[in-house]
Ligand binder design. Structure first.
Ligand SMILES: Cc1cc2nc3c(=O)[nH]c(=O)nc-3n(C[C@H](O)[C@H](O)[C@H](O)COP(=O)(O)OP(=O)(O)OC[C@H]3O[C@@H](n4cnc5c(N)ncnc54)[C@H](O)[C@@H]3O)c2cc1C
Length: 462
């Protein structure tokens, strides 16, 4: 009926995300026989797959085995918003504050190169993941967010980076008619893509390089011996020279990592396809990805099949491994729907059709990290927080160099050299995480000053 706001009619997905629900080739068979390997990789997300590809390229003839508990892309890699950004950590200002302008510049330039490599790799390997290169617009929706835009621009100048362009309010509205946007900055390097299609394409590209991929093969136990690593799975064992733990938030099961890693539950919603008239009401001709400057940011983008993906906001922090029961949360989808309606009131006739969530591995500093569990034998690489699509491609090269014992410019990046900050011990961990999330969410909801506790938390983060 005309004028009546359509209610969300959440479509049912047969997989954990809309992207993963798209038709795909059948899953690879599980591991059924004991095998020996040079490199065993646990986890078939972007980190595991990029690492497998880079290792196979660096050591032709090496036996590289990927063991994935479910299907490739089952974790965050097949569920995310599909923004591949140069961003490592929370934002450029935060990165400069934590690692200094020189190291932040090095990381940024490596990320620009990594995004170029993703684009070229997809073209060369004919990976049809609907990749576009429209750039990323970061916007402010309030005075406190204006300050964060300025902080990023200052950090870019301090690091000698000239690829963050300040964008005025009217310029933002020309790019997209989003209510409440005041101003922003634009970075041309950002890519948008279908993440599950990328994960599946990386799986195929890895196989073309001789990598063996076993799906529905959870690793249940890792045993390190002086010269070998043994990985147990339900039906067979892998005996490998070296191993990589690339299980993101699921790595909370590794006792040594419990002090450093927590689970962030991240959520997105997806609209029905827009009609031509609806697109005309929002503009968005450049089709860029948009992220705002809330502490718990919103992000939105058009998809190749003409929908709007709208995600972010509430992100519960858990002191435990991923909980599948939290992959869907109608209350959070409803709250995302409210901010969607407030930002695009001209789309009041557009229905949000799907919603899903997924686990992300968070660390206190939010900077991804590669480190040894057993020096020379078992490596882990994780902790991208909400920005892992681009950085996992860089991480693949870092992992390659570390496992091959090479000292390179990459193994000298803060992604390796910076220590992880420990969380408080277990009884306190859950409470601190819950309180932090509540305080940060409240400070976003109240648009600025949410009291002394929020001020302390924000100061620690910014
Ligand atoms: C809703 C959502 C939106 C996001 N949006 C963005 C975005 O737009 N841009 C961005 O840059 N980042 C985004 N992220 C974050 C990004 O998706 C992740 O940082 C990135 O995918 C991490 O990749 P990964 O390979 O390290 O982990 P994962 O993709 O989580 O892969 C880990 C894999 O390990 C497997 N596994 C776990 N345990 C075992 C075991 N015992 N044995 C074998 N396999 C195991 C899992 O099944 C999983 O496939 C988002 C995340 C979510 C959840």
């Amino acid at each position: 009926m005309e004028g009546e706001e359509p209610q969300p009619a959440w479509g049912r997905l047969d997989k954990p995300s809309y992207w993963l629900s798209q038709p795909a080739r059948p899953a690879r068979a599980p591991l059924k026989e004991n095998v020996s390997a040079d490199f065993a990789i646990v986890g078939g997300g972007f980190t595991g797959l990029w690492s497998a590809i880079r290792l196979a390229e660096a050591v032709p003839g090496a036996r590289v085995v990927v063991l994935e508990a479910r299907e490739v892309g089952f974790g965050a890699s097949g569920r995310n918003g599909g923004f591949a950004m140069t961003m490592v950590g929370r934002n450029l200002h935060d990165l400069v504050r934590k690692v200094g302008p020189w190291a932040a510049r090095r990381i940024h330039l490596e990320m620009v190169a990594a995004l170029g490599e993703i684009e070229r790799f997809c073209a060369d390997e004919a990976i049809d993941c609907q990749l576009t290169h429209p750039g990323i617009l970061t916007v402010s929706n309030g005075p406190e967010q204006d300050q964060r835009i300025d902080q990023d621009l200052r950090a870019a100048r301090l690091s000698g980076l000239d690829d963050f362009r300040e964008v005025s309010g009217p310029e933002c509205w020309e790019m997209v008619l989003a209510h409440g946007v005041r101003r922003g900055h634009f970075e041309e390097h950002g890519l948008l893509l279908d993440p599950a299609a990328l994960a599946r394409g990386l799986r195929d590209a890895a196989e073309r390089r001789g990598v063996e991929i076993y799906e529905n093969t959870p690793v249940t136990h890792v045993d390190t011996h002086p010269y070998r690593v043994q990985l147990a799975t339900p039906l067979a064992r892998v005996d490998s020279r070296q191993a990589l733990v690339a299980t993101n938030a699921y790595a909370r099961v590794v006792p040594q990592l419990r002090r450093y890693l927590f689970t962030v539950c991240a959520y997105v919603t997806l609209s029905a396809p827009l009609s031509r008239q609806q697109w005309e009401r929002v503009g968005w001709a450049g089709g860029m990805g948009i992220e705002d400057k809330r502490v718990m940011p919103h992000f939105h983008r058009p998809t190749a099949d003409g929908r709007i993906l709208w995600g972010g906001r509430d992100a519960p922090l858990l002191a435990g491994p991923p909980d599948p029961a939290r992959d869907s949360d109608p209350r959070i989808f409803r709250r995302l729907g409210e901010t969607f309606r407030a930002t695009f009131p001209q789309l009041s006739d557009l229905r949000l059709e799907y919603g899903w969530g997924g686990p992300v591995g968070g660390t206190v500093a939010c900077i991804p990290h590669a480190g040894w569990l057993e020096r020379g034998r078992v490596l882990y690489a994780l902790g991208y927080s909400g920005h892992g699509v681009g950085p996992s491609a860089l991480m693949g090269k870092v992992v390659r160099d570390l496992l091959l014992g090479r000292e390179t410019a990459l193994t000298n990046l803060p992604l390796v050299t910076r220590r992880l900050t420990p969380l408080p011990p277990p009884p306190l961990q859950a409470r601190v995480l819950k309180l932090s999330q509540r305080v940060l969410q409240r400070s976003d909801d109240q648009g600025g000053d949410a009291g002394p506790l929020a001020r302390v938390a924000l100061r620690l983060l910014q």
